[in-house]
Write a protein that binds this ligand. Structure first.
Ligand SMILES: O=C(O)CCC(=O)C(=O)O
Ligand SMILES: [Mn+2]
Length: 207
């Protein structure tokens, strides 16, 4: 297991928020094997979300697994088991949890088919995640730019940009989801597919 040996670059942000980036947390062969299995075995969906009161089709595919329903952007991801055909999620989840120092019970998986697929600025701040959620993102496939900015950023302030490469693990913690917004913008030149597994801990089902 490579996790214990990976070096983390820790960034202290403002207002008690922090990030930890572990490059090559998974080796290339393990990352490729996991990505192929996810593409093959998961039930991928392109779903509508509600943005500013209007339904829009998410510009990416998603899949998920978890014991509790997860409600975000006007949609509910009902509890869904990890596919039996995939290597146990529990094992991967435990490795990520050991690295992050916190438990997880939900994984939301995003599949960006090409550079046109993206995710807009948001925070993972649903009440079910508690006041200071720890969110860990494992990236597989093409490197994409992850952007982060203060919710109340001074005008003209440039976002922090992190390239998330194959096998990297990004942990967002502290007040990150309260004071910052993050996004995965469209790529300006053609890129291959990328999958991100975002591990969260739901404290309870949505009200
Ligand atoms: O794909 C990523 O790295 C970001 C995913 C994300 O922010 C989310 O699923 O909430
Ligand atoms: Mn997010």
């Amino acid at each position: 297991m490579t996790a214990e040996y990976s070096k983390a670059a820790r960034t202290e942000l403002q207002l008690g928020a922090w990030l930890e980036l572990h490059e090559r947390w998974l080796g290339a062969a393990e990352a490729a094997e996991l990505r192929a299995a996810l593409v093959r075995e998961l039930a991928w969906e392109q779903r509508h979300i509600v943005l500013f009161g209007r339904p829009i089709l998410q510009p990416r595919l998603i899949a998920w697994a978890g014991e509790l329903p997860y409600r975000y952007s006007g949609q509910t991801l009902e509890p869904r088991p990890w596919p039996a055909a995939l290597a146990p999620l529990g094992e991967l989840c435990a490795r990520v949890a050991a690295q992050a120092g916190a438990p997880f019970n939900h994984v939301l998986i995003n599949r960006y088919r090409d550079g046109e697929d993206s995710m807009g600025y948001h925070a993972d701040s649903e009440p079910e995640l508690g006041p200071e959620p720890l969110v860990a993102t494992l990236s597989l496939g093409a490197t994409r730019r992850f952007q982060l900015r203060l919710q109340r950023a001074p005008r003209g302030q440039r976002p922090l940009t992190l390239p998330l490469a194959d096998g990297s693990l990004l942990v967002m913690g502290g007040s990150c989801q309260r004071h910052y917004r993050h996004a995965l913008p469209r790529a300006s030149s053609p890129v291959e597919e990328r999958i991100s597994l975002t591990f969260r801990h739901l404290l309870r089902a949505p009200a």
